[in-house]
Write a protein that binds this ligand. Sequence first.
Ligand SMILES: *Cc1c(COP(=O)(O)O)cnc(C)c1O
Length: 321
Amino acid sequence: MSTALPTFDDVVAASERLQGVAHRTPVLTSTTADAIAGAQVFFKAENYQRMGAFKFRGGYNAIARLTPEQRARGVVTFSSGNHAQAIALASRLQGVKATIIMPLDAPAAKRAATEGYGGTVVTYDRYTEDRETVAKRLQAETGATLIPPYDHADVIAGQGTAAKELFEEVGDLDYLFVCLGGGGLLGGSALSAAALSPSCQVYGVEPEAGNDGQQSLRAGRIIPIPTPKSIADGALTTHLGELTFPIIQDKVKDILTVSDAQLVATMKFFAERMKMVVEPTGCLAAAAVLQKVHPVAGARVGVIISGGNVDLKAYGAFLES
Ligand SMILES: *Cc1c(COP(=O)(O)O)cnc(C)c1O
């Protein structure tokens, strides 16, 4: 696997590969959101992406870059959910076999969807086993290519295409807020922001209980943490990546955190005001703006809504809480 950092040229190449395959998701606005923030807020709605999250972009791009020999041996990956669905769907569309390593406690909806897209699921215990070790063992046994969820140049480049579309549609922004797990989406978004709106300040937003990104940025090195507990199940990563960290260090202004209660309030806002289902992790960036974690008064603000895959029973309980 290449350790070269992706560039904006790679994001542009990814957007060409995704043309006619990924949805160009809508950019939504809300008078109520603007009033709350005291700003002009543009929501890039990746909850309406194929398979329900931005991860289709990076997964499809990475598989499109494989050689015919690699395609024949298939791909393997590990994921707490959306990357699994992305790889399963992107593999099926490109005629490649996909094996997905998933935690035992992954949301039922995400596991069922992954199998529905044709992926083969292998489970592990996220509190006692290391998913990367399990993935490497499977890879050694089958010769399949490992496509990790965030620390991969083609994945990062693919994820950057959502922000690229946002800037192309709305022009310059003062701020861009991006949900943060391992940093694929944030890294790719920062590449697009730096190229298309150089004065835009990019912020990552992660769960309060898992603020490894914030700690890492401030310490100047990757700080690993134990698996955090948060309702933001797509951002329970324990560390930033060898590729995502340097991009974030170079191009991201700061990393903010939000609480689970702030995520629930944001989920309710989207349901009630914008008639839209957004999963807890997908609310991270919006929560920073709508819950006033960071002041944005008078500014033009971009927010990436990263996904909408939430178990309906869990979603109902969040709305009632
Ligand atoms: C994976 C995921 C994230 C975090 O993305 P990273 O690239 O790991 O930082 C955020 N939101 C959703 C919905 C996700 O599926």
